[in-house]
Design a protein around this ligand. Structure first.
Ligand code: ADP
Length: 278
């Protein structure tokens, strides 16, 4: 009888355990599904923020493209006139200039295309100086218009991080645009960018400005989504939240402080690329 009792107890217990096990499996599957959905939503958000930046850059870029385009129109009109006069040397010269202008327009458009591409974040050996120049290139019209002097101390081939260049550019564009906004009313408008090894064996990239500095009470909330001190329509308050997410995804960190001499400074800590990385 004792044996029978024991067996039925074991059977009951086994059933209970099997049920628990099935429930846990279901929960794990649901969790994995939720994580996938979250990641997809984050990717969409990163892409949406990128397109918003592109929208804001559009005015400056159309201006950059309008100049060579206008010159090409004039040169081709002249070429027809010179051709009718039989002055083929000038025609050839004009065509040469047109080709160079087309190349120049291509150089403006290519980084834009790369930046706009929706690509998954794939870490690779990334030269910090390259990412910085690509971001500066896209923001060049805006910085020039705002009268910002850029001091870029990054050196190509020196600081190689392990991250995704496209996403890193997005972070840099956010930080540099914020710096330009913060310096709008400053008497001195200086943007300082430097990179080098950090204390933890990784790399640090610093973006410092001579603007108004971080708003004191805001310091703790800076990276919260939708925190902005900008007027409605100018800031969504997502730039820093998304930037920190991107940097953390690479195993890095993004922090901010005020410089003793005034202005804000953002520091990106990134893992260094392994020595044998291609
Ligand atoms: P947004 O630019 O849309 O406001 P962000 O998340 O990029 O959103 O920035 C949040 C806030 O952080 C800004 O509104 C501003 O108050 C502050 N901030 C960011 N960068 C700087 C900076 N370089 N100097 C001063 N304040 C800054």
């Amino acid at each position: 009888q004792a044996n029978a009792q024991l067996e039925s107890k074991v059977a009951r217990r086994t059933r209970a355990l099997t049920e628990t096990n099935a429930r846990l499996r279901k929960e794990v599957a649901e969790r994995q599904q939720a994580e996938q959905t979250l990641r997809a939503a984050q990717d969409e958000l990163v892409q949406a923020a990128k397109l918003a930046v592109l929208g804001q850059l559009a005015a400056g870029i159309t201006h950059e493209l309008a100049q060579p385009l206008g010159a090409m129109r004039t040169l081709s009109g002249n070429a027809v006139a010179f051709m009718k006069r039989g002055d083929l040397d000038t025609v050839e010269k004009n065509l040469g200039i047109i080709a160079r202008l087309a190349d120049q327009m291509g150089r403006i458009i290519t980084p834009l295309k790369t930046f706009a591409r929706k690509s998954p974040a794939i870490p690779a050996a990334t030269d910090l100086a390259h990412a910085v120049s690509a971001a500066l290139f896209l923001l060049d019209p805006r910085l020039a218009k705002a009268g910002v002097t850029v001091i870029n101390r990054c050196e190509a081939g020196r600081d190689i991080a392990w991250c995704d260049q496209n996403r890193l550019e997005q972070v840099l564009i956010n930080l540099i645009r914020n710096a330009a906004d913060a310096m709008a009313d400053a008497p001195v408008r200086e943007l300082l960018i430097e990179a080098g090894p950090d204390d933890a064996g990784g790399l640090a990239l610093r973006i410092a400005d001579s603007g108004c500095g971080l708003p004191d009470p805001a310091a703790g909330r800076l990276f919260e989504p939708f925190f902005t001190t900008k007027p409605a329509g100018e800031g969504l308050g997502l730039g820093l939240a998304i930037s920190r997410d991107i940097v953390r995804e690479f195993g890095g960190e993004l922090s901010a402080d005020n410089r003793p001499e005034g202005g804000a400074r953002f520091t990106l800590h990134l893992p260094a690329a392994p020595k044998d990385a291609p």
